[in-house]
Design a protein around this ligand. Structure first.
Ligand code: GCO
Ligand code: MG
Length: 402
């Protein structure tokens, strides 16, 4: 079998998605997600201009060699654009392998290591009461793990609390919007939020929280310590993820488990974090970190150090990535948890899929390959629209990490 054709689809059924379709001379095709929120066209062009010409006529079963060719062969290493493009190819090739062998991808990765994939939902509210109402709503839907974010008194907007009842912070059309931030107000508020959530919902529920890179190591250490009585599943991205050494400070002060890595894209971004046991969960995704071929190696390395996975799974990654993540999560031994934000109706219609949610767990389904498709006709009705993530400044105007 040979790769006969490959094309990039860019569509916006609710938000922008970049999908690579690789077709073989035997009529089998595979899909890969290359979506990089706010920088979609850079990946699309990397794929069309630089990657597709190099993979034509190759054997699609040679996932390892093609991965090495695209990574080492380019000379230039890492980075979200490069690694998302490589991931899109890798995912599509594993999809083809699964279809050619008539088996779901998880069987090619080691088979089922568990019955289902534990997922966490997002609960949020303008204040503590509203956030608790949202926790109750998600519990009623069957979720066993819930990330909780709430508005901060004195701040107009904050990460994780979308305006106007939207399900999730959008990448906004037009140029980036700006909002203001106060670490002091945030640090004073979050322990109160979790004290209330534990008091109201008891000990069984897994609770998570995302700091979204905004703290210094010692500030994160303070927060982790103050959250200890509420036994979080994890505290996510307490500091800028690329500052590996910074996690040492946090670790020395608190037993609150730490997760990071959604903005990182290779083993070289996390190997110190893992080797030194400064984190408990890696958040690398299949799309941004080079696909199955790369993430399987990272997970196996992490497993040696009792570090588990918690793949990033926002709605700004397409259902192709979600399907891929579920195959991966089901198969690897050191799986921790999977983020789940349901996509909107339009997105689900453009990407019909076999995965499903039931009683707090997700299941990739038994369709051959990834079990996800792209309805190209429908996708054409939702053309790309330029969109950006918001930008953050401190109260005095200093640019900050969003
Ligand atoms: C998460 C993430 C997202 C990111 C988004 C950026 O934990 O799901 O932090 O909310 O902000 O994916 O594109
Ligand atoms: Mg996050």
């Amino acid at each position: 079998m040979k790769i006969a054709k490959a094309s990039v689809n860019i569509c916006s059924p609710g938000r922008n998605f970049v999908t690579l379709k690789i077709e073989t001379d035997e009529g089998i095709y595979g899909l890969g997600d290359g979506t990089l929120n706010g920088r979609e066209l850079a990946v699309a062009s990397y794929l069309s201009e630089h990657v597709i010409p190099c993979i034509l006529h190759r054997d699609p079963f040679q996932t390892e060699d093609i991965w090495q060719y695209l990574y080492r062969g380019a000379y230039w290493r890492r980075g979200p654009v490069t690694m998302s493009a490589i991931a899109a190819v890798d995912m599509a090739l594993w999809d083809i392998k699964g279809k050619a062998l008539s088996t779901p991808v998880y069987n090619l990765l080691g088979g089922r290591s568990r019955d289902g994939v534990l997922v966490y939902a997002h609960a949020h509210g303008a204040g503590i009461d509203e956030a608790c109402d949202d926790v109750a709503r998600h519990l009623a839907m069957g979720y066993k793990a819930i990330r909780v974010q709430s508005g901060i008194p004195g701040l107009d907007a904050t990460y994780g609390v979308p305006k106007g009842g939207q399900p999730y912070e959008p990448a906004e059309r037009g140029l980036p919007s700006e909002s203001r931030w106060s670490t002091e107000k945030y640090l004073n508020h979050v322990p109160k939020l979790f004290a209330r959530v534990r008091e109201q919902f008891g000990d069984d529920l897994h609770l998570l929280h995302d700091c979204h890179h905004r703290l210094s190591p010692i500030e994160a250490a303070r927060l982790g310590r103050e959250l200890e009585p509420f036994h979080l599943f994890w505290m996510e991205d307490p500091i800028s993820a690329e500052f590996q050494e910074g996690f040492r400070v946090i670790r020395e002060h608190t037993t609150t488990p730490i997760a990071t890595g959604e903005v990182l894209n290779s083993i070289w971004d996390v190997h110190e974090l893992i080797r030194n046991q400064w984190i408990d969960y890696t958040r690398l995704t299949l799309t941004h970190a080079g696909g199955f071929t790369a993430l399987k190696k990272i997970a196996d390395f992490a497993g040696l150090y009792h570090v588990r996975t918690g793949c990033h799974g926002p709605t700004d990654l397409s259902p192709v990535c979600m399907a891929a993540a579920l195959h991966f999560d089901l198969a690897i031994h050191n799986f921790g948890i999977q983020e789940h934000m349901p996509h909107g109706k339009e997105t689900d219609e453009v990407f019909p899929h076999s995965y499903r949610f039931e009683d707090g767990y997700m299941f990739p389904g038994d369709a051959p390959g990834l079990g996800v498709d792209l309805d190209e006709k429908l996708a054409a009705k939702f053309p790309y629209q330029r969109a950006y993530l918001p930008v953050l400044r401190k109260l005095d105007g200093t640019l900050w990490d969003w």
